[in-house]
Design a protein around this ligand. Sequence first.
Ligand SMILES: [Zn+2]
Length: 307
Amino acid sequence: MRIGIDLGGTNIAAALLDEHMKILCRMNLPTRSERPYQEVIRDMGSLVHGLMRMGNVTPDMIRCVGIGSPGTPEKESGNILFSNNLNWHNVPLLKELAQYVPIPMKVDNDANCAALGEYLAGAAKGCTSAVMVTLGTGVGGGIILNGVIYDGVNHAGAEIGHTVLCSGGELCTCGRRGCYEAYASATALIRMGRQAAQQHPESLLATEKESLNGLRIFEAAEQGDTVAQQVVEEYLFYVAEGITNVINVFQPDVIVIGGGICGQGEKILTPIRKQVEASVFCKQVSVPKIVTATLGNDAGIIGAAFL
Ligand SMILES: [Zn+2]
């Protein structure tokens, strides 16, 4: 058996899994990342013990505890070098957690874990190579080549969200301008929606004000609001541009799109596929499949457990 932990900015989600990747039981706790990191990690230890109690298992029955963490983990030491979301700098995650958990442990970046989860048990199951882009608050990238996570010699790679799409464009959370994340994240979609609402007070988007979210923008477009339709079209243009870049570099078997936007299914996939097919460099070979993720938040837990 294994335990997977998805350490998020808001929640810590953990589950006990069997060797067939089936989730047997799960537990959550709020991250409350404003606390000292020692307290967050102690809660992660409590989750492991809670899951073992729920599953009626002892530490020797658990093969591995895997953790998907935001930011840049150093896999060898188990330290989190930096995490923007948690405001962690050089946090000795595995060393600290070892005080509570007498089980072998591994850590990787959360986007990598989600990609591995989809590769092992979800939308990319059965493929040789897959690239996952998760369009959430930011844009996470996960690259799986021949079943192995590829993230560079120092594990700081695969940051697809921080490749520039529009030089000198919108300011990104990383300090650079024009990153893919600043155009293809859910945050970017909401920014575009707000801007359009200001310019078009007659639009359905203008009635939402501060509560405007990505789902509402898609719903307004569905209801025939032309302003919302233009926002969705512009947003999907940027999403597809980034996916075209990824295909030009990697030509994977499959591109998996993750994040809340997944729920839109074919509504987003059809225009994205059309644009990508028209834009990829090599048109003489078949374009990689472009699909939405199927495991939702479980992808990160499953990937972490099977690191
Ligand atoms: Zn950036």
